[in-house]
Ligand binder design. Structure first.
Ligand code: NAP
Length: 486
C-alpha cells in the first residue's frame, strides 16, 4: 500500500531527529549497527531469498549470492568508517613561518549531511535496494535513510526493512534512523522534503532525470546521486580477434545473458573486425541458444525492453543475427551493424536495451576503433579486448574520458565491492560523475567538509583534538599519521 503524505512527513521528521541524536556517534558504533544488519540479513535469508525469487524471477543461486554480497558490503563499509578514511581529517597547525605568511590553526573533517532519500533498483533486490550500497554508505557516513521501495519487489522491501529496523534497534541505534516508504508520489515528496539533504537513485535515465530535475528545482537544491543507464561497449583489437575471436564471442554472449540481460553493466555493443562472416554468426547463434526464454523482472520492464529492441531492430541499417520479439519470456537477440553506420548515426551507440539483446559493430579499418569510441556518450564501463604489447594508448585515453571503469580483457557485468571500485561515469551514465555508488568511496557522497579555525583543543569536535580520541587516520601538516587505518 502506498505511504500517505502524513506518514511520509512523519517518517522524514523522525529520521531527522534520529540523525540529530546519532550524529555524534563514534564510527565504531556505526560499524556495530552495520554489522548487526548484516547478521540479521544472513539469519533471515531463508525467508528473504524465496520472497525475492517470487517477486523478481531471478534464480535462487543468484539471489543467495547477492545477499552474501550485500552483507559483505555492510561489513566493509563499517570497517571503512571505523578506520576514519571517509572523514578525511586534515589538521594544519598554526605556523608563523608558512610560505605565504603566518597561517592560523585550521582543522577540517567531513560531517554527515542529514536525512538521505534512497531509490533502489529493480534488478538488484538486495545489493542496490533497501539496504544496498546507497543505504549502507549513507548510514556509515552518519546519515539517516528513508528508502523508497521499488514497486517490482514491495513484499521483499517490507520484510527487508523490518529486518533492518529490528537489527538497528537491537544494536542501540536511535529509532527512525532507517524507514521505508512506498509509491511514486511518496518518492516525489521525499525529494522535495526540506529535511532531506541528498538523494541516491539507481534506475532508469527517464526516472532519474525527472527526480534530478526535481531536486535541482527545490528552493535549496540538494546533491542527487543518480546511477542511470549505460551501454558498456567492448572494443576488440584485430590481434585479439585473430588469436581469441571465438572465445571472445562466447564470453560476450555469456555476459549479455546474465540476469536475462538486466544488468546496468551489460555489454550492449561489441566492436569487432569485419572478417569472419558465416563463422561468427554460427558461434553467436549457438551461444545465444543456451539462454532459455526467461521471464523479466516486471511486466513494465518487459514492455520497455520490447519497445527499445524494436526501435533499433527496425532501422534499415541494422541486421538481425539471431532472436526476435519473443513473448512474455524473451530469447536472446543479437543485432549487427557497421562502424561506418555508427559514424553516420552515433545516437545508436547510446541506445540501451535493458534485456537480453546486444549489437555487434563491424569495423573494416583499425582507425575506426578510436573513431567509434570518440562518439560515445557517458558510460559506466568500457572494455578493451587486446593483446599484451599492442599499442592501445589512444583507445584507452578516449575510453577513460567516456567512462568510470575501463576493463582490460574482462567483461563488465561483475562489479566487485572494493576500495578502488568506480561505479559511475559522465552523464547520462550518472548525474554526478565525480562519485561512485559501489565501493568504500561511496560513503563520501553523504558528507560535507567543515573547517574549524582557531578553536582551543577542548572546544573542537572530538575527532579533531590533538590526542586523536577516535583513533582515526589523519593528515597533520601535510603528512598522514596515526590511527588504525594508517
Ligand atoms: P526506474 O523505473 O527508474 O525505477 C527506479 C525507482 O525510482 C523506483 O522506485 C521507481 O518507482 C522510482 N521512480 C522512477 N521515476 C520516478 C518518478 N518520476 N517519481 C517518483 N519515483 C520514481 O528503474 P528500474 O525499474 O530499475 O529500471 C531499470 C533501469 O535502471 C535500466 O535502464 C537500467 O540500466 C537502470 N539501472 C541502472 C543501474 C546503475 O547502477 N546505473 C543499476 C540498475 C538498473 P516505482 O517503482 O514506484 O515506479
Amino acid at each position: 500500500m502506498d505511504t500517505t503524505a502524513e506518514q511520509l512527513l512523519a517518517r522524514v521528521e523522525q529520521a531527522h531527529h534520529a540523525f540529530e541524536a546519532a550524529r555524534a556517534s563514534l564510527p565504531s558504533e556505526r560499524e556495530r549497527w552495520l554489522v548487526a544488519i548484516a547478521e540479521r540479513l544472513e539469519s533471515s535469508s531463508d525467508e528473504l531469498v524465496p520472497l525475492a525469487v517470487a517477486e523478481t524471477h531471478l534464480g535462487e543461486p543468484r539471489l543467495r549470492g547477492e545477499l552474501v554480497r550485500t552483507a559483505f558490503q555492510l561489513r566493509l563499509l563499517g570497517a571503512e568508517i571505523r578506520g576514519g578514511g571517509p572523514l578525511d581529517v586534515t589538521i594544519d597547525r598554526a605556523d608563523p613561518e608558512w610560505g605565504m605568511g603566518p597561517r592560523p590553526d585550521i582543522r577540517r573533517v567531513n560531517e554527515p549531511l542529514g536525512v538521505v532519500g534512497v531509490f533502489g533498483a529493480s534488478n538488484f533486490p538486495f545489493a542496490f535496494s533497501v539496504i544496498g550500497g546507497d543505504s549502507a554508505s549513507a548510514l556509515a557516513a552518519g546519515c539517516s535513510v528513508v528508502h523508497k521501495a521499488h514497486s517490482g519487489h514491495e513484499q521483499l522491501a517490507k520484510r527487508t526493512a523490518d529486518a533492518v529496523v529490528e537489527a538497528l534497534s537491537s544494536a542501540g541505534a536511535p529509532a527512525g534512523v532507517f524507514a521505508l516508504v512506498n509509491g511514486e508520489e511518496s518518492g516525489g515528496m521525499l525529494v522535495d522534503h526540506p529535511l532531506v539533504q541528498a538523494v541516491a537513485f539507481t534506475g532508469s535515465t527517464r526516472g532519474g532525470r525527472a527526480l534530478f530535475d526535481r531536486a535541482a528545482a527545490r528552493s535549496h537544491p540538494i546533491p542527487f546521486y543518480g546511477e542511470l543507464g549505460s551501454t558498456n561497449p567492448v572494443f576488440v583489437t584485430r590481434l585479439a580477434w585473430e588469436r581469441r575471436g571465438d572465445a571472445i564471442l562466447r564470453e560476450f554472449v555469456g555476459s549479455v545473458a546474465l540476469g536475462t540481460g538486466q544488468f546496468c553493466t551489460k555489454p550492449g555493443f561489441i566492436v569487432v573486425p569485419a572478417s569472419r562472416g558465416g563463422k561468427v554468426d554460427r558461434i553467436l547463434r549457438e551461444a545465444a541458444s543456451v539462454m532459455p526464454p526467461s521471464e523479466m523482472l516486471t511486466p513494465r520492464l518487459r514492455k520497455s525492453y520490447g519497445d527499445s529492441l524494436a526501435k533499433l531492430r527496425d532501422r534499415p541499417e541494422i541486421e538481425v543475427i539471431t532472436g526476435g520479439a519473443g513473448g512474455d519470456k524473451p530469447v536472446m537477440t543479437l543485432l549487427r551493424t557497421s562502424a561506418s553506420t555508427i559514424c553516420r548515426a552515433p545516437e545508436i551507440l547510446q541506445h540501451e536495451m535493458f534485456g537480453p539483446a546486444s549489437v555487434v559493430v563491424e569495423y573494416s579499418d583499425d582507425s575506426e576503433l578510436v573513431r567509434v569510441a570518440s562518439l560515445l556518450d557517458g558510460q559506466l564501463t568500457t572494455t578493451i579486448q587486446g593483446e599484451v604489447g599492442e599499442d592501445v594508448d589512444d583507445l584507452r585515453r578516449v575510453l577513460s574520458s567516456k567512462s568510470g571503469r575501463v576493463l582490460w580483457n574482462g567483461w563488465p557485468t561483475g562489479v566487485s565491492v572494493t576500495y578502488a571500485q568506480q561505479h559511475g561515469g559522465p552523464y547520462p551514465a550518472t548525474t554526478a560523475s565525480g562519485t561512485t555508488s559501489v565501493g568504500t568511496s561511496a560513503i563520501r557522497r553523504f558528507m560535507r567538509p567543515v573547517s574549524y579555525q582557531g578553536f582551543p583543543d577542548d572546544q573542537l569536535p572530538e575527532v579533531l583534538r590533538d590526542g586523536n580520541p577516535w583513533m582515526v587516520e589523519r593528515r597533520i601538516d601535510g603528512r598522514w599519521s596515526g590511527g588504525r587505518g594508517a
